[in-house]
Write a protein that binds this ligand. Sequence first.
Ligand code: NAD
Length: 288
Amino acid sequence: MKELGKDVRVLVIGAGAMGSGIAQIAARAGHTVYLYDGRAEAIVSGRAAIDKDLRFLVGKGRLAEAEAAATLARVLPVTTLGEARDAGLAIEAIVEDMEVKRQLFRELEALLGEQAIFASNTSSLSITAMAAGLARPGRLAGLHFFNPAPRMALVEVISGLSTERAVAECLHATARAWGKTPVHAASTPGFIVNRVARPYYAEALRVLAEHEAEPATLDAILREGCGFAMGPFELIDMIGHDVNFAVTKSVFEAYFCDRRYAPSQFQQELVAAGRLGRKTGRGIYEYG
Ligand code: NAD
């Protein structure tokens, strides 16, 4: 199956940490990208984040100045979804909430053409359930990037029960054309990575709640002693405790409350306190 042509316009909904990264990837691959967010200020900050990262790459000599400028110019901010009617691929990276995502896809389906492909960057929610109730459920698949999206190679292409094989194959080929390493996954809770990674976060949070080790000690052990790229607390602070907690809850519930996936009370408290990690300046650690 062939990847999407560069002439296909891509709509990214949600201009936060993931959406801005995904928009950057698609724009660098040559697509015109519409960037939309429910909050106008998020579109501005999302585009600024893309600009900052492109400048960083230019500074490191990994990207030509002209290519950086052309990439940014391909990211078009839109303040209504109607402005992106001619998009052939819509990727959502909004809040991790099934009902909100379903509502968005219903809206997109009414706007975009019959052949449009819909993709969700959900970390854990059922693609089968997300597609149920759509007029064209076969056109929806998961396209799960990892954080930070422009740097992380892996992309999970998730098929729900209704996903057309051609849609999954096209997304797989497209992710590869975008320089990623795609893998096919089924619509099981947390898919592959977020299922296997749950205990990494959960056990570390338990160690912390039980005062067995300081966060920096545990992070250093996992990073330097075991070869992980990041310790669990550094990683959750980067992901965001709100996002990480929502994913854990959704995987726990989807596995019929299997205790192995139980969310952390301590993390629930962090979320309640607004200590969401890097994005709020404080999570497990404080950021200046
Ligand atoms: P984020 O909070 O940084 O950004 C989400 C953006 O979506 C916000 O700017 C918000 O204003 C916007 N938004 C929310 N609801 C909206 C709606 N109904 N319509 C339009 N815009 C809306 O979140 P994020 O970390 O980028 O996560 C987004 C999605 O990606 C979630 O589904 C999350 O589970 C998934 N994800 C996150 C990570 C991660 O490490 N943060 C990794 C992989 C996947």
